[in-house]
Design a protein around this ligand. Structure first.
Ligand code: GAL
Length: 983
């Protein structure tokens, strides 16, 4: 391989920088010229590897790698078996990297206590990522944001001294505890060590507020030193909130290490605006183009592949995530991601690739349970149509290495004012890349100079396309194509190239050929001609068109496959040690392994599907999901199954009947024994919410109660003349307070349903005033239940996660009794389901949500119900689905009722808190029940805790299982340990 002078100096710089960290000599091989597809990660192969970068791209083991990453949160999928499912789907759809936040609160019920077992098994997640062949970007915070409670900070941290996200020593001591715990696992999975696939590691997240202050710089330097001291030797980075140029190399002390710190930033542009230019075509300066950090590659540590939705569905006009997926559809992804590519971004992370579920008390107040995000894979793990462009771009980046090193080239005039044209070139190979984007709503035709020819290229309205010239297709070179290249590989005795576009599009593809080749149209419509040293192939896209090109002095035949969008998403490339395999037909290819003359494939079908395999030479048999298939060799050089693969079996879900019901809130009764409750008598707090004068601190966090509902009982004497009581409280959006005096309901107060503006204002404090008739003097009890809706995030690093939660103060009109308070929140955290599973309802404290709870004394009940009570009523039933063992059924629980009814439901499946339904707010009606937590072939306990205002009749109304999707295949699912009730 011959290196150009330019390539070599870029590499030499990187190598020198690499040495300063590792001390290893020769750690960096020269960057290999782009000859073949970039290798996938070797997985945990026991060998040492190098990870570095230059100004163009990441450099792994000396080769350029464009990271095409998808964000997945293990904590949003509490069924470790399904991690493999999601990761395999990512990998199959073209991602080579997964990016993961690790949420401190999920792992830490108390200071000094860190749990990485069961659904929190980070080690297993990282192992699975390596086994799947994905690189990992690890993002353990300490602060992550991510629409989780307190932005990932543990509940207990909200009640500690010191300002978070600064160099405050108390805060740093807790941070070190966390990092020690998480890094103990991380270092076992570093790609550099050959024991895992972590290639990048993020410090903090969107840390924008103390950038110029000494405390901010000291904090970042502390994190840097700590993570290095723990043995993390891959490049580190930060995720800047927008391209502000915050935390670029040199902006804080990285212990003398140069070249081991990258600049990363994020962007969530509005789909209704043109995509921003954040790189080569940007405005320059720290906010603009590649000048923000000229020595590190363009790195979008998060780019919105969807958006989150607040309670009430206010972001999407009440329509929920279907609307997010509609406004950020496939064409959106093409316009925005191709713009990013054009801007020189070489490490991309789609946030989210799979959103999942903010189950239990995980969601920050700003979101409801579903974190579907409108992502490519929906919350039920099903691929959606918007995966198509991600699939195409992912494969493209991995098989066209020319794209890993691009410079801006001279602007072109396309003659189409509505079209924005980007022109780039690879300085080593001379390949050219054009990205054409149409921000208008009507199709426009650009005229593009492609390899010396002015070629008309139509671009549909609000869409984009990428064209290339001069890229290698193996033994032959693509002069140009108006179709977008998707992948190329050499398999068997031939080169294969796939080109894609919208269905029905007319495409022209021109290959450089010294002599006239033999051309065979194997399938579909194609016209071709040879002229002036070039073969021209014209194909109207539809299904899979196959054209074989042989001869004319080139020893290896080339199979051109033209696939429209839908077809392209059924083409799967998989790497095996004996070479790549290309599979066409099924809904998913999970794994491919070659042993002897047999290709062993696993994957999914939904409907019946064809199966065709291009495999290395010598492969003659195909086994699909363990079943040997009869195949025949095709003229395309593949093996095709003579029978279609069967589709998924039907799934019939049982109805939910035989409910039992029991009311609770005995805490509201005057005689309730609260002697074991904590006295609320503290006089100081680290909360940022001001304390009332002359009253004890009532914030729940100060008494060790951090999640969900919290009860207060206040005793006082006298106050016979009181006319009203005012209860000040703080929650988060959708919080509420209900009160009883001497067992009589006083009423319920709710925080207003937010609108677009208020949803992001974090305070949510209010005062509920209820008229009272205390009557006779003597002893009285005021019982108060507060549904807290979690801690605010700390977006601006000003401790907003420490805003109080729960009751703040109490005042009477007409009397001034001294109230002696006791408080009770959640019981000790569930050791299996974790600290965020439960709040402090009576039923939760006593195991009413658990399988096996003795509910035989409860009253039989039929749904729908229509009761009018203030307080909490539980419903339990057991159901037994009988899903065929070979079927991956995705099942949800759907609740519906008259939206005027003011009640909410916490849903417990086998003791796991699967989320909160608010009947009169919405927008969520269907709650995903992940397999593993759900036993698809056994008994499941469903428990609903219904909290009603008493102002309207309350439900539950209709409660039923919903089939979200089904596939034949799936991954083996181990039941998630779900301990039951013990007396
Ligand atoms: C980003 C942030 C993420 C998440 C996202 C919105 O700015 O880094 O943690 O909050 O916004 O979903």
């Amino acid at each position: 391989m011959v290196l150009s002078r330019r390539t070599f100096s870029a590499i030499a710089g990187t190598a020198a920088l690499g040495l300063s960290l590792t001390g290893r000599t020769g750690a960096y091989a020269a960057v290999t010229a782009p000859a073949g597809p970039a290798p996938g990660p070797a997985g945990a192969d026991g060998k040492a590897h190098t990870v570095g970068f230059d100004r163009y791209s990441m450099i792994v083991d000396g080769g350029r790698v464009v990271l095409w990453s998808g964000e997945v949160h293990p904590f949003r999928l509490p069924s470790p078996s399904l991690w493999r499912d999601v990761l395999q789907k990512l990998r199959a759809h073209g991602y080579n990297t997964v990016s993961v936040y690790v949420s401190w609160n999920y792992h830490s019920p108390a200071p000094g206590s860190y749990d990485f077992t069961g659904v929190r098994d980070l080690d297993l997640f990282l192992r699975t990522a390596a086994e799947t062949g994905l690189y990992v970007i690890l993002r353990p915070g300490p602060y992550i944001n991510a629409e989780v409670d307190a932005g990932g900070f543990p509940g207990w941290l909200t009640a500690t001294r010191g300002t978070a996200r600064t160099a405050d020593p108390t805060y740093l001591s807790y941070v070190d505890e966390w990092l020690t715990a998480v890094n103990r696992i991380a270092v076992r999975h570093l790609y550099t060590r050959g024991t895992g696939t972590i290639v990048l590691y993020q410090l903090e997240n969107e840390y924008a507020n103390h950038v110029t202050e000494a405390t901010g710089r000291a904090y970042m330097a502390h994190l840097y030193r700590k993570v290095r001291a723990d043995g993390v030797d891959v490049p580190l980075f930060h995720n800047d909130k927008g391209r502000n140029g915050h935390w670029v190399p040199g902006s804080f002390d990285t212990s003398g290490e140069r070249g081991r710190w990258l600049y990363g930033f994020d962007g969530y542009p509005s789909p209704s605006e043109p995509p921003p230019d954040w790189g080569y075509f940007g405005i320059g300066g720290p906010k603009g183009g590649s000048t923000a950090s000229p020595e590190t590659p363009g790195f979008l540590a998060e780019f919105g592949g969807g958006w989150f939705d607040p309670w009430g569905g206010v972001e999407f006009g009440g329509k929920g995530y279907a609307e997010s997926r509609r406004t950020r559809d496939a064409a959106y992804e093409r316009r925005f991601y191709l713009t990013n590519l054009a801007n020189g971004i070489k490490a991309h992370n789609v946030y989210m690739a799979f959103g999942g579920t903010s189950w239990g008390w995980l969601p920050a107040p700003v979101v409801y349970t579903s974190y579907d995000y409108g992502a490519g894979l929906d919350e039920g793990r099903r691929p959606t149509a918007k995966l198509v462009p991600l699939h195409q771009i992912g494969y493209l980046l991995q098989s066209v290495p020319e794209l890993a090193k691009l410079d801006r080239a001279e602007d072109i005039d396309t003659g189409a004012p509505g079209i924005k044209a980007y022109h780039l070139t690879n300085p080593d190979t001379g390949a050219h890349v054009h990205v054409l984007r149409n921000d208008t709503s009507a199709e426009a035709v650009a005229t593009v100079p492609l390899a010396g020819t002015a070629v008309p290229v139509p671009v549909p309205g609000r869409d984009a396309r990428l064209l290339t010239t001069g890229i290698s297709l193996g033994r032959r070179t693509l002069r140009y194509s108006t179709a977008q290249p998707m992948l190329r590989l050499t398999t068997g005795r031939q080169d294969v190239a796939v080109l894609t576009g919208r269905s029905q599009e007319a495409t022209r593809t021109v290959l450089t050929c010294a002599g006239e080749p033999a051309v065979t149209v194997l399938e579909g419509n194609a016209g071709y001609a040879y002229e002036d040293g070039a073969l021209r192939v014209d194909v109207p896209l539809g299904g899979l068109t196959r054209v074989s090109v042989t001869g004319a002095g080139v020893s290896r035949p080339l199979l051109l496959l033209f696939a429209d969008d839908e077809t392209s998403a059924r083409l799967w490339r998989h790497t095996t040690p004996s070479g790549p395999v290309l599979v066409y037909g099924p809904a998913l290819l999970r794994t491919a392994a070659l042993r002897g003359t047999t290709a062993y494939l696993t994957g999914d079908t939904v409907d019946e599907a064809d199966l065709e395999v291009w495999a290395p030479r010598g492969v003659a048999e195909v086994v699909w999901n363990g079943n040997p298939l009869r195949t025949r060799a095709t003229a395309s050089g593949s093996l095709r199954a003579t029978r279609r693969l069967p589709g998924a079996a039907p799934v019939r879900l049982p109805g939910l009947t035989e409910w039992r019901q029991k009311a609770e809130n005995p805490e509201s009764a005057p005689g309730f024994d609260d002697s074991a409750w904590r006295k609320a008598d503290r006089t100081s707090s680290f909360s940022t919410t001001p304390l009332p004068d002359g009253q004890p601190v009532l914030f729940a966090d100060d008494y060790g109660f951090h999640y969900g509902d919290v009860w207060y009982r206040g005793r006082f004497e006298g106050a016979a003349d009181a006319t009203s009581v005012s209860l000040a409280y703080v929650t988060g959006t959708q919080g509420l307070l209900m009160a009883w005096l001497d067992g009589r309901p006083l009423g319920t107060h709710r925080m207003p349903v937010p609108d677009r503006k208020t949803v992001r204002q974090g305070t949510w404090s209010a005062t509920a005033t209820f008229p009272v008739t205390v009557g006779a003097s003597g002893a009285h009890v005021l019982s108060v239940l507060v549904r807290r809706m979690q801690h605010d995030e700390d977006l601006r690093a000003n401790d907003t996660h420490k805003a109080g939660r729960g009751l703040a103060s109490v005042a009477f009109d007409g009397a001034t009794p001294a109230v002696r308070w006791r408080i009770q929140g959640e019981a000790a955290p569930d050791p299996v389901r974790g600290p965020l599973n439960n709040g402090g309802l009576y039923g939760e404290r006593n195991g009413w949500h658990l399988p096996g709870f003795a509910d035989d004394g409860w009253q039989p009940a039929g749904l729908p119900r229509s009761d009018r009570v203030q307080g909490v009523v539980w419903y339990r039933t057991v159901f037994r689905p009988a899903v065929d063992p070979g079927t991956d059924a995705s099942i949800g629980l759907t609740l519906t009722d008259d939206p005027a009814r003011a009640y909410r439901v916490q849903i417990f499946l086998n003791g796991w808190n699967m989320g909160q339904y608010i009947n009169d707010v919405g927008p969520q009606h269907t709650f995903v029940l992940p397999n593993g937590v759900l036993d698809t072939r056994g008994a499941n306990t469903l428990a609903l805790a219904v909290l009603a205002d008493g102002t309207t009749p309350s439900g539950p109304g209709r409660v039923e299982l919903t089939l979200l999707g089904r596939a034949a295949g799936g991954v083996p699912v181990t039941r998630v340990h779900s301990p039951g009730w013990e007396r």
